[in-house]
Design a protein around this ligand. Sequence first.
Ligand code: S3P
Length: 436
Amino acid sequence: MSEAYLVKPGGRLGGRMTVPGDKSISHRALLLGAIASGTSEVEGFLASEDCLATMAALRAMGVGIERGGNRVVVHGVGLHGLRPAPGPLDLGNSGTAIRLLAGVLAGQPFDSELVGDASLMRRPMARVAAPLNAMGARVDTHEGCPPLRIRGGQQLQGIDYTLPVASAQVKSAVLLAGLYAEGITTVRGSGASRDHTERMLMSMGVDLVVDEHGVIRLTPGAGPEAMDIRVPGDLSSAAFFLVGGCLAADDGLIIEGVGLNPTRLGVIGILEAMGADITVENRRMEGREPVGDLRVRRSSLKGIDIPPAVVPLAIDEFPALFVAAAAASGETRVTGAEELRHKESDRIAVMVAGLRALGGEVEERPDGAIIHGGARLAGGTIDSHGDHRVAMSFAMAALISDGPVAIHDTDNVATSFPGFAGLARAAGLDLEVTAP
Ligand code: S3P
């Protein structure tokens, strides 16, 4: 039996809060810090299960990493300093960890095997194996899924690669392998996906340029050099509270210190197009990443057609957006979002099933859904299918429900948002954690 949430209707959100550090940036700080020369200090690190899986994998390959709370010191071993792990590397639930590590390990002189939990073992890996193998690596999958078996000792060559899907994980794997390749690695068609890897590599002295068409060229030879990194709050974690705030923050809810990288801002744009009252205050830069405080107030949301072009900019926020759409008057159409079926769960199927279980009206489509919103939900029982973002999104659905929302299988919330239940309660949600 796993942990569950019982969320009662009638919650009101308000006050000031911060959310934990950005997951994508925390993974990259560890991974790039590990292969950099010198010591990197990371502040605001997300000590979630996913990032701790990356940390354990790097330690298993001989990287010295010290952690005290959210402060981490990474003693980089340099590009060629990793040592073979004693056994398979277990990346738990984390697609980012397995795919980015695959890029680094493709260029090592030793063999590696990468595995994960039941969800990760079902996720598509041919999308990283194919470009890495085109670079001369030897990466095998099991019918396109993990385990990834990587044969070391291959001399990689830079390639000119056009991404078939807008995926930051695939783009990052190719760029990281490019650090070990002969010649220039070029990645195209990646404009829409998050660019934290590019920003961090440039900050660490790697010769990486992005031209006006979004084409990335990495020339190996320089860097990465260690640097100190301040991780902003994760906009993907703030998203649950942005949606909750639209539904129930009469006096406003302020979320401080949130990362506002332009490649992540889809959720704010979509909510604003639905009529959300969100303002950004205190904009600033932390290193190369923009940061600000978000203020959200109760808003009357209306349904919209979400443009497919913005889907990659909000790829992790669709579970929360489905709940916003259920609250919005009229129809919200999600199209061009087939990638959602390949996340920690099939997020189209699981969100459709969950909204229906609460009494909502939704039509499932191969690449999205049509959500008929505006009516209050009845409440009911949700199976999160072990998906952290599904569980947290349905916690917010209690704000528009007449009866309680029980959410099963919430352990994995700790993969991205340790402390969610406590923060949600402090913000005003009537949420009880029921022990196994
Ligand atoms: C991530 C990229 C996204 C996102 C994931 C984190 C990253 O995946 O869904 O949660 O840190 O690079 P894709 O790049 O596969 O879309």
